[in-house]
Design a protein around this ligand. Structure first.
Ligand SMILES: Nc1ncnc2c1ncn2[C@@H]1O[C@H](COP(=O)(O)OP(=O)(O)OP(=O)(O)O)[C@@H](O)[C@H]1O
Ligand SMILES: [Mg+2]
Length: 231
């Protein structure tokens, strides 16, 4: 279980995350929702350790990671699929995965094979350049790259952004399976409400850096969407 308590992050005078507490249990898909600019990416990057927190804590099971830098959090089992994917366009699919693999110092030769199991297309396109893949395939590569280290917590920042519906469905199936069958705690930042209803277990709605609504996704009613999420 990932436990975030009272997390606060600021860019100078801009308080982007203002005391957020969330729980992301193993085996569930926990969704973070909210309009543009409410602090979703900032929250994920602070959980990953890429941005310093001004206050609050990040714990994974019994381990307090609050003082740990990003690479230690990665080794503790947290992985982030960043907004916009950020794969290496000039490297092949295989090389993109190998970079992640060596960065984590893993010697397990089967790690890459396991990571692409969810996305057969990546095996087929192993020698293709990342930049030559479609947006949906790049997103699948970004997820596989995050899986290379065998994480316990998978953070995803708007994985459906700009992606065609059939690939969104495939990604949804994979996220549910990673949670239900492999016991990952999946944390999904997402503005696409139908996708959250489809794959999510619980949701948190953010507004101006604060949690303004939360509950099981069954309680993500049109009224909640209208009040906190629709533009
Ligand atoms: N590097 C930065 N320097 C200053 N302010 C920033 C920086 N990055 C983000 N912000 C501000 O912090 C707030 C939260 O931004 P963040 O990117 O976390 O929002 P978001 O919910 O992920 O938005 P989106 O849905 O557009 O991805 C916004 O007001 C944004 O303008
Ligand atoms: Mg964002």
């Amino acid at each position: 279980m990932l436990a975030v308590d009272g997390l606060a992050v600021a860019y100078g005078a801009v308080q982007a995350v203002a005391g957020v507490s969330i729980r992301a249990p193993a085996g569930e898909v926990t969704c973070i929702m909210g309009r543009n600019g409410v602090g979703k990416t900032t929250l994920l990057r602070a959980i990953m350790g890429q941005l310093p927190a001004r206050a609050g804590s990040v714990r994974l099971g019994d381990a307090d990671l609050t003082a740990q830098p990003a690479h230690r959090r990665a080794r503790a089992g947290i992985a982030l699929v960043p907004q916009g994917r950020e794969i290496f366009p000039r490297l092949t699919v295989r090389e993109n995965l190998e970079v992640a693999w060596s960065a984590l110092g893993r010697r397990d030769p089967a790690a890459i094979e396991r990571a692409v199991e969810s996305f057969p297309i990546l095996r087929q396109f192993a020698r293709r350049h990342g930049g030559d893949l479609s947006g949906g395939q790049q997103q699948q590569l970004a997820i596989a790259r995050a899986l290379v280290g065998g994480p316990r917590v998978l953070l995803l920042d708007e994985p459906t952004e700009g992606i065609q519906p059939n690939v969104i469905d495939e990604i949804g199936v994979v996220l549910r399976r990673l949670a239900a069958e492999h016991g990952l705690a999946v944390v999904l930042v997402e503005q696409y409400v139908d996708f959250v209803r489809e794959v999510g277990t619980r949701f948190y709605a953010l507004d101006r850096g604060k949690v303004v609504a939360e509950g099981p996704t069954a309680e993500l009613t049109d009224e909640v969407v209208h009040r906190h999420l629709s533009v």
